[in-house]
Design a protein around this ligand. Sequence first.
Ligand code: ATP
Ligand code: MG
Length: 564
Amino acid sequence: MSETEPARPVNFIRQIIEADIQAGKHGGRVATRFPPEPNGYLHIGHAKSICLNFGVAEDYRGTCNLRFDDTNPGKEDIEFVEAIQRDVQWLGFRWNGQPLFASDYFEKLYGFAVELIEKGRAYVCDLNAEEVRDYRGTLTEPGRDSPWRNRPVAENLDLFARMRAGEFPDGARVLRAKIDMASPNINLRDPTLYRIRHGVTHHHIGQSWVIYPTYDYTHPISDALEGITHSLCTLEFEDHRPLYDWMLDNITIPCHPQQIEFSRLNLQYTVMSKRRLTRLVDEGFVEGWDDPRMPTIAGLRRRGYTPASIREFCARIGVTRSDNIVEMGMLEDCIRGDLNETAPRRMAVLRPLKVVIENYPEDQVEEIEAQNHPQNPAMGARRLPFCREIYIDRNDFMEEASSKFKRLVTGGEVRLRYGYVIRCDQVIRNGDEVVELHCSYDPATLGADPVGRKVKGVIHWVSARHGIRAEVRMYDRLFTHPLPDAAREEGKEFTDFLNPDSLHTLTRSIVEPALAEARPGDAFQFEREGYFCLDPARVHGAEPVFNRTVTLRDTWAKIAGQGG
Ligand code: ATP
Ligand code: MG
């Protein structure tokens, strides 16, 4: 982590940890873990959890494990296992030792289940899924005991072993904890510990098991086996905490981590649940998990976000227990702030209009020096070739305009950035379309206005003979509704709120020749246009593709206000 990053703000979790260190709990040791399920790519919400878990470990000289919570094969995949590792590393964090897999604990977990059975605290239940639900009761009504609740220990042991041996079909039996069917906390009404799953091939352990432990059973024990001290999770697990503690209190294990909950990150104009993101990918609404419109880490990376900007965002949103929804503008501010300092300036004409400078010598080429970052001379300069034919942006020319339009008009003057003042003498048309401008330049104006004449407008340009053709992708928010998820309550689906204009592709853009040296992922400010990066996913093929990371200013609030 760079030294220029601000100190992380104190939050309630850090206060608990500091108090525990003071009190000598766990010998003053701090061990956290980040436990993703490998059933999708990581998203910006996970980044919050990553920055918290790894950040706490870093700051208190502790450790943070990366543990795949892989108890649910079928939806899980090795592709996701690999993507998650890549993304955590890219964010700038290093896990303790090797990546860990909950599925590597299956033998030990089985042993603890046997211990629970032997102690009379777990039983094999023959009710089917529907009956289990029915017996469980509701928030207002207590549950009823399963008829199998008082099976003798020996019978439970025998049946559980035969479940493992594959003797029974899926759904025939489950192993349940024997806790309290009348508990006001439904999670404690004899929760399922193991279910039978035949015929699945697990991405990490193959077909070695036909019974699979549940999350509620696996998680606390995995934490304890790893010697985790503080098990940080999101608020929806608050009601599971008594079960987390029950599990560890009822087996023989020397470690009892403390579960602490914090609120999830919710972000406007996007969706975050992996189920929804999977639908966007599978149903072709986006190009893939790394589509630059996705809130995934891979998408943000391809969009041009930097690890520092995402860490800064996580620092700014902080960690609390109150639910809130963060504005997209806050995330955009973080990358804008980062790139404003680090991105070299370049010129790119996104919608080219040819300009012929008729009084400029036909074979002459001049090299004009241009700063890479006007506020930071240390970033150096490059040379812009200038010749008789250049491109300017169509939006920088109007045949007639009010005096508020400070760019080029017929008969008017404008300054070319770093270059000369030109005047538009003639407009060449093809039907209604303006296809070319014939201009003249004033040789006395390179870099300075002549005495007695002030030219207000400055526009960017690229030499038509030296510029490079490029494709430029302008991204906007993926959804038109700030809360596409909540909008379901209005009788619509989140996909009904996809923004039809979330991607606008410009295929004929011309960028300055210095951009030929750009490497995949490199970021630039295209002057007057925004921040862009060379698409890391499309380097092959003739034409470079630039992704717009973010606009120069926050223009969305205004657009949204107009109902767009
Ligand atoms: P999703 O609902 O997106 O599928 P999840 O909680 O099922 O998320 P996991 O892979 O189980 O995804 O999450 C790994 C860790 O990341 C968990 O500790 C979880 O609490 C945390 N996490 C997931 N989403 C968010 C979020 N939006 N904000 C903060 N932490 C999150
Ligand atoms: Mg999950």
